[in-house]
Design a protein around this ligand. Structure first.
Ligand code: HEC
Length: 153
């Protein structure tokens, strides 16, 4: 009798664990399915990072508009140096100095005083624009829209 019970419980455990893994598979599947990639050939690490940097700049712009000081530096942005681009030739010797400029502008922005917030925010966007003018001019008009044009100066 105990043998039958034990077998039954083992059976139950197997059934339930296989059910869990099946539902996990379904979730993973949905995750992939829902992530619509704008690039049909798949996106490079650098492209994915750039979209996060873009979203960060948009969020920072909103914060600056309500004069909210930002105090976080998204550490993953440091992977700008190592992230693989779509085309390996994109990262020529002038890439890293531009990346340095961007990281520096983020640091300045985070340490910004209330008075310099707009200027330091624009510093980030200008760092995007500088690198892009050289390496990937396509999104530059879109970036220029991120600049905050101060009416007082
Ligand atoms: C050091 C150079 C550099 C800096 C700084 C830089 N970018 Fe980029 N960006 C690139 C390169 C190179 C690509 C092309 C990536 C590829 O094709 O793999 C790119 C691609 C992009 C893309 C297109 C991504 C896609 O969907 O394929 C956007 C949007 C973008 N950058 C926005 C920004 C914004 C916003 C900033 C500033 C917050 C910024 N970039 C700063 C070099 C830079």
């Amino acid at each position: 009798m105990t043998k039958i019970l034990v077998t039954f419980f083992i059976f139950l455990i197997i059934i339930s664990s296989s059910r869990v893994s099946r539902s996990q598979q379904v979730q993973t599947f949905h995750f992939h399915k829902d992530t619509t990639d704008i690039n049909p050939n798949g996106s490079s690490e650098l492209s994915v990072l750039m979209r996060k940097m873009y979203d960060h700049a948009v969020a920072a712009r909103k914060d600056v508009m309500i004069k909210k000081l930002e105090n976080t530096f998204p550490k993953e942005f440091l992977s700008i140096y190592t992230a693989k681009p779509t085309d390996s030739l994109t990262k020529n010797p002038s890439f890293n100095p531009f990346a340095d400029g961007y990281i520096q502008s983020l640091n300045t922005f985070i340490a910004s005083s209330q008075n310099d917030l707009v200027q330091n925010y624009n510093g980030i966007v200008n760092a995007c624009i500088s690198c892009h003018s050289q390496h990937c001019p396509g999104p530059v008009p879109k970036m220029k829209k991120l600049l905050i044009v101060s009416s007082t100066k």
